[in-house]
Design a protein around this ligand. Structure first.
Ligand code: PBG
Length: 329
């Protein structure tokens, strides 16, 4: 009498065509949002040591990258400014300057590559002399309501310059509702809000802070406003609040260590969820590949697919252009 398994799950894996046919999840360039760091000057490219392969670029160079991204099928860029140090201040007023680096980059890209979306970060850390995302009191505590008021001005400043998606990353309470109201009040009805809803006080942001020049400035940590990595119920409350206040989509950040949060949010709210594969995660993959621990291209595509499988509509990743090239090949 012959014995065979009643079900052979290996049967559908036996050939490439079949694996393709049975794939439950797809990853395409349309899933990728590419974060870019902008710096002053012209024809400038400044490599970031802790983020190998990523640079800060002057506005003209960023425009060229935007063209490249559009040709690769990447739908959207996320912009971050490295504000010149002499323009940083206690209250981060440069964030409100209609001619700041961010606004100049937005206008230049929108002018040259109107078909690509632009997501802009709302938070004061690239503008403050103390590196915090908001205004601080004498004891160094980040003030919620005073900060939210400035963030509204920052968001309007970006929307006026042509930003398509306002992405508040500051974690102040109530800011999404205030920003939504201000955008509507000024006629920016179609400007979206992607809320960094569940943003954790993470050790994975180090290279980003190098990139925007805030690492050396930061006094203390961000634990009084960013979330405790121990918490998951609280992430659902954050998401619920931001949705109630008018967010079009929500973000979970960092990415890979928080895929359980992505899944919970997706299952509970059934709204568009994005994840940010942050700078430290990128650096970890690059270091692993450089050390021979794994194949770089395979690591990149596997981790990005994991975000899709977990329920993400898209991923912010420094590997976006590279991944889009791999996917297009
Ligand atoms: C700033 C901001 C941070 C990141 C995105 N927006 C850093 C922080 O909160 O300190 C991190 C992104 C990354 O590490 O790639 N509010």
């Amino acid at each position: 009498m012959s014995h065979y398994p009643a079900l052979r799950l290996r049967r559908t894996r036996a050939s490439a065509w079949s694996r393709r046919m049975y794939a439950e999840t797809v990853l395409t360039p349309a899933d990728l949002i590419w974060p870019l760091f902008v710096t002053d000057g012209e024809g400038v490219e400044e490599p970031i040591a802790s983020l190998p392969g990523v640079s800060r670029w002057s506005v003209d160079a960023v425009v060229a990258l935007a063209r490249e991204a559009a040709a690769l099928g990447i739908p959207c860029l996320a912009l971050f400014p490295n504000t010149p140090h002499e323009l940083r201040s206690e209250r981060g007023e440069e964030a409100l300057n209609p001619d700041n680096l961010m606004c100049r980059a937005i206008r230049a890209i929108k002018d040259a590559v109107p078909e690509i979306g632009l997501l802009t970060d709302v938070a004061l850390d690239p503008y403050t002399a103390h590196g915090h995302d908001g205004l601080i009191d004498g004891a160094g505590y980040v003030l919620n309501d005073d900060t939210a008021e400035i963030l509204v001005g920052q968001a309007l400043n970006q929307a006026r310059a042509g930003a398509d998606i306002i992405a508040p990353s500051d974690m102040m309470d109530g800011r999404v509702g205030l920003i939504r109201e201000a955008l509507e009040g000024e006629g920016h009805a179609n400007v979206q809000i992607m809320a960094y809803a569940a943003k954790y006080a993470s050790a994975f942001y180090g290279p980003f802070r190098d990139a925007v020049g805030s690492r050396g400035l930061l006094k203390g940590d961000k634990k009084t406003y960013q979330m405790d990595p121990a918490n998951s119920e609280e992430a659902l409350r954050e998401v619920e609040l931001d949705l109630d206040e008018g967010a079009d989509s929500v973000m979970v950040k960092p990415g890979l260590p928080y895929l359980d949060i992505v899944r919970r949010v997706k299952e509970r709210f059934e709204v568009p969820v994005f994840a940010y594969q942050v700078s430290g995660e990128y650096a970890m993959i690059e270091a692993a590949a450089a050390a021979g621990a794994g194949d770089r291209d395979a690591l990149v595509l596997e981790t990005l697919m994991a975000f899709k499988r977990a329920g993400c509509s898209g991923v912010l990743t420094y590997h976006a252009a590279h991944a889009a090239r791999l996917l297009g090949a």
